[in-house]
Design a protein around this ligand. Structure first.
Ligand SMILES: C[S@@+](CC[C@H](N)C(=O)[O-])C[C@H]1O[C@@H](n2cnc3c(N)ncnc32)[C@H](O)[C@@H]1O
Length: 214
């Protein structure tokens, strides 16, 4: 029995998720420009691209843009003529992300909307239904974002939500941290939701993935 570990993660990254220039720029420049180092990992980004490609996505939505690293992966999985809308509350993050999308030649495929996802989501109903939604913003918002996502994803469409593991703390009952508890409840809720079929992609910090079935 093989245990997934850092070496195997690196093995996958080396084989499937190597950075080209634009990805490397987004990866390196995001922290250098003063933004937090909380982008998805390369293998997670590749997985997002895989999901987007496999689902034939033309309409993708991301909540939580940061410096655009995951957005580049997602946009690169879009079908011909597809578009990614990515929502970011911090104008500085949005500005950095726009530079990185432009540097990746994705200016026409990605629209960055600046504002609180809670306020922007009602405006996005008319842009849907979406084929793929990636939730990676504030954890307290996850229940609302997920509920909106299920209602605004087509049947057969995918919803992904990052940080299912909270660094492994979801397992440890001694952690009473509010954000850990939010993710525990969130994971239970998605797992029990009859409108979706779901599981967790266990690389990195864990990504909940759900396909809408009703
Ligand atoms: C974990 S980072 C996103 C990382 C990005 N998806 C990546 O992997 O490259 C979370 C981002 O969500 C943004 N954010 C936090 N609360 C938000 C909200 N209520 N609405 C929109 N964005 C929010 C933060 O400013 C931050 O840039």
């Amino acid at each position: 029995m093989t245990t997934y570990n850092h070496s195997l993660s690196q093995y996958i990254t080396d084989l499937f998720a190597q950075h080209d220039k634009p990805l490397q720029v987004a990866w390196e420049e995001t922290p250098k420009k003063g933004l937090p180092s909380i982008s998805v990992k390369p293998e997670e980004g590749r997985f997002l691209q895989f999901l987007v490609k496999a689902s034939g996505t033309t309409k993708a939505l991301e909540l939580g843009t940061l410096g655009g690293y995951s957005g580049i992966w997602i946009a690169r999985g879009l079908s011909e003529g597809g578009k990614l809308i990515t929502v970011e509350v911090d104008p500085r993050h949005a500005e950095v992300a726009r530079q990185h999308f432009s540097n990746a030649g994705l200016f026409d495929q990605v629209e960055v909307r600046v504002g609180d996802a809670q306020l922007i989501l009602p405006e996005l109903v008319s842009d849907g239904p979406f084929d793929f939604i990636f939730i990676d913003a504030d954890k307290p918002g996850y229940p609302d974002y997920y509920e909106w996502a299920v209602e605004n994803t087509r049947i057969g469409g995918l919803i992904a939500a990052h940080n299912a593991f909270r660094g492994g703390k979801v397992l440890a009952s001694q952690y009473s941290d509010e954000l850990v508890e939010i993710m525990r409840v969130f994971n239970q809720r998605v797992a029990a939701d009859p409108r979706v079929l779901s599981t967790v992609y266990p690389a990195g910090d864990g990504t909940i993935i759900a396909v809408r079935i009703s």
